[in-house]
Design a protein around this ligand. Structure first.
Ligand code: PMV
Length: 321
């Protein structure tokens, strides 16, 4: 925890984005899922300001912190929640957001910002929150933006690592055997998580029995993934990722472009490939064979600007200053 938080003029916190290996969407409806933090982070700097009006700033765009003008909704929701719990900050401030995670890419950009902002803003206000309190504040903000998030994204951003998650029992860290590296490819198509969550809700209402079986299967695949990870059985993990992709296609969150990308990677010999996050665009992950990560990245980067490798585990919330 940031011990010098209370009277500091500048507080900086950062948090990672995430990938989901199995169980996305179904986790909203109670299934188990497996998620991991990635090596791309969002950084939030809160500093005392001489200006009368507090501001939120990112990439040259500024917006008054206490005005609902449609900009920076996640940070504004965090701020509203923090004011409700702890009172309005007594000093003017500026919140600066710097993120390496593309927005709307399925890589947990808003959760990473929500976690870093919850930590930095409350610390600037002189409050020392426990990790669970930071998670609650960040997840509340995510709810106002995404409607019905499971909380898995904010858990990955806060705690880092790789873990099994469900809404009831929370996160259980997984101790992996051997090295684990994923290729992550952002398709370039952004989309809204809340829209996709509602679309899946509709598909559940239309086919309740089938959905129930798929939700059970998602839990099964996630529990199997824990075994594969603890045993270092990457072949099995890849197979579970492929099966997970089948269910995601069935509930309508894949697309022709994502299917083609996944198929090409399979042709290139990856152990498994699937959408990660809400889908409908966004990103995919692939599990390369040992020693093939770099060549696969090189090849994929010819067609996709946002392709990168991430190894697991990665650090969660970090106090930078
Ligand atoms: O696409 P993202 O990064 O917003 O991830 C959403 C993950 C879902 O399972 C679809 C929703 C959730 O809250 O669990």
């Amino acid at each position: 925890m940031n011990s010098s938080a209370s009277n500091s003029n500048v507080v900086v916190a950062s948090a990672p984005g995430k990938i989901i290996l199995t169980g996305e969407h179904f986790v909203v409806h109670g299934s188990y899922a497996v998620a991991a933090a990635i090596n791309k982070r969002a950084r939030v700097t809160v500093s005392a300001s001489k200006k009368q009006e507090s501001q939120i700033v990112s990439e040259g765009i500024a917006s008054p912190a206490f005005e609902d003008d449609g900009q920076f909704v996640v940070v504004k929701s965090v701020l509203a929640g923090a004011c409700e719990e702890y009172g309005r900050p007594r000093r003017s401030f500026q919140v600066q957001i710097d993120s390496e995670i593309p927005q709307g890419s399925g890589l947990g950009s808003s959760a990473a910002i929500a976690v870093a902002a919850s930590a930095a803003l409350t610390s600037f206000m002189g409050k020392k929150l426990s990790n669970d309190q930071i998670w609650e504040l960040a997840t509340r903000a995510e709810k106002s933006v995404h409607g019905n998030p499971s909380g898995i994204d904010t858990r990955a951003s806060l705690s880092g690592g790789i873990f099994l998650f469900n809404r009831k029992s929370g996160a259980k860290p997984i101790v992996i055997r051997g090295e684990l590296q994923f290729l992550v490819v952002f398709s370039g198509k952004t989309r809204s998580t809340s829209e996709l969550i509602s679309r899946v809700g509709e598909s559940r209402n239309m086919h309740p029995a089938s959905f129930k079986h798929l939700a059970k299967a998602a839990s099964f695949l996630s529990l199997q993934a824990v075994d594969a990870l603890t045993n270092g059985d990457l072949q099995h993990l890849g197979c579970l990722m492929d099966l997970s992709q089948l269910s995601l296609s069935w509930i309508g969150v894949s697309s022709n472009e994502l299917d083609d990308l996944i198929e090409n990677l399979r042709t290139d010999g990856v152990l498994g490939a699937k959408i990660t996050g809400a889908g409908g665009g966004g990103s995919i992950i692939a599990l390369p064979k040992a020693n093939e990560s770099k060549s696969l990245l090189k090849k994929t980067s010819l067609d996709y600007v946002h392709a990168f490798l991430t190894s697991v585990p990665q650090e969660g919330l970090r106090w930078e200053k």
